[in-house]
Design a protein around this ligand. Structure first.
Ligand code: UFG
Length: 345
């Protein structure tokens, strides 16, 4: 196969990982996926093949297994780069089982970086989060804003992993890294074949909306309308997952092509626009024509009032910009929900 080179995507059957895999294949890369399927489904590989016509090579194992990882690197000495998504990601759950989060998210990062040093793999893109900012003092928030004490063990693992990457690079390892701080990814691939697939009751807003619209959940709860925002509900910077996936291609290519300005860089990945919970609900209702059964309830513990990205640095440096509107996000999420339920395997 004549490709632009091999990229390892950890967590490649997950929500953002699968969309990024599709974009990488579309751009001519050969994708290798490592995933332990702890929070995703193997059929996503079939769907990626259905969309792109190419089946990524799938390795099912846990990145905590250092000897298996080492043999993976030996089998693939020609990796151009790694995009690391694999992680546990539920904020509330991380409060209940912190040790699992610390072991899973931190040790896998260490194992990957050790493997990269040993096998001389240079380019690394890390999946970070705007959660590292906490509630920013100034909005929109840019990359120079102070890192606030983490609200949860999950958020702390994102902060620590950024530091692990920065320190490893600072220690003289021949590794270059970019941490992408995502805002709130929602939406799904245009095909409706891949999308967000939460296990059990969704924690996040958009899957709860689509499941309520489909009739799986009786009622959507809006957590608080007494915040200091125009309509009283919390504000987030929602970004279409396909736009987010494309940012990863740009980031890994910046490293591969030696266009990075520092060996460790950080970029916000958002749209630069804030939408309230009620605005998201109204976008969904307007674009789909479905009335949502929702009610306002009390605030959810740990929620940040409002955050949206200053995207100036990311737009300039990466030459990337989010393009899709909130309505496209709603519509694609709804297409995926229906398609998934109607073709459930
Ligand atoms: N919300 C509701 N009802 C719901 C679910 C969510 O009103 O059923 C509200 C929340 O209170 C919040 C907004 O919708 O105001 C967005 O909530 P999400 O749970 O979708 O997203 P969060 O902003 O809480 O969390 C997301 C990611 C985390 C990440 C965090 C960074 O899920 O992984 O952003 O701020 F850490």
């Amino acid at each position: 196969m004549n490709t632009k080179g091999k990229i390892l995507v950890t967590g490649g059957t997950g929500y953002i990982g699968s969309h990024t895999t599709v974009e990488l294949i579309n751009q001519g890369y050969e994708v290798l996926i490592i995933d332990n399927l702890s929070n995703s489904e193997a059929f996503i590989i079939d769907r990626i093949e259905q969309i792109t016509g190419i089946r990524p090579k799938f390795y099912e194992f846990d990145l905590l297994d250092q000897s298996r990882l080492s043999s993976f690197f030996e089998e693939n000495p020609d990796l151009k780069g790694i995009i690391h998504f694999a992680a546990a990601k539920a904020v509330g759950e991380s409060v209940d089982i912190p040790l699992h989060y610390y072991r899973n998210n931190l040790v896998t990062m260490i194992n990957l970086l050790e493997g990269m040093k040993q096998h001389k793999i240079e380019n690394f893109v890390f999946s970070s989060s705007c959660t590292v900012y906490g509630q920013p003092d100034k909005l929109p928030v840019n990359e120079h804003a102070p890192i606030k004490p983490a609200e949860s063990p999950y958020g702390y693992t994102k902060q620590v992993n950024e530091n692990i990457l920065k320190d490893t690079i600072g220690s003289g390892a021949a590794i270059k890294g970019i941490a992408l701080r995502y805002f709130n990814p929602i939406g799904a691939h245009d095909s409706g074949l891949i999308g967000e697939l939460p296990r059990g009751v969704p924690n996040n807003l958009m899957p709860f909306i689509t499941q309520t619209a489909y009739g799986i959940r009786e009622q959507l709860r809006v957590f608080g309308d007494d915040y200091n925002t125009p309509d009283g509900s919390c504000i987030r910077d929602y970004i279409h997952v396909v736009d987010l996936a494309k940012a990863h291609i740009v980031a890994i290519e910046r490293l591969i092509q030696h266009n990075n300005k520092n060996n460790f860089e950080v970029f916000n990945i958002g749209t630069g626009n804030g939408f309230s919970v009620l605005e998201v609900i109204h976008s969904f209702e307007k674009t789909t024509g479905i009335k949502l059964n929702y009610k306002i309830v009390g605030r959810r513990a740990g929620d940040i009032e409002q955050i949206w990205a200053d995207t100036t640095i990311g737009n300039q440096e990466l030459g990337w910009k989010a393009e899709r509107s909130i309505d496209e996000m709603s519509l694609s999420a709804w297409k995926w929900e229906q398609n998934y339920r109607n073709t459930k395997q």
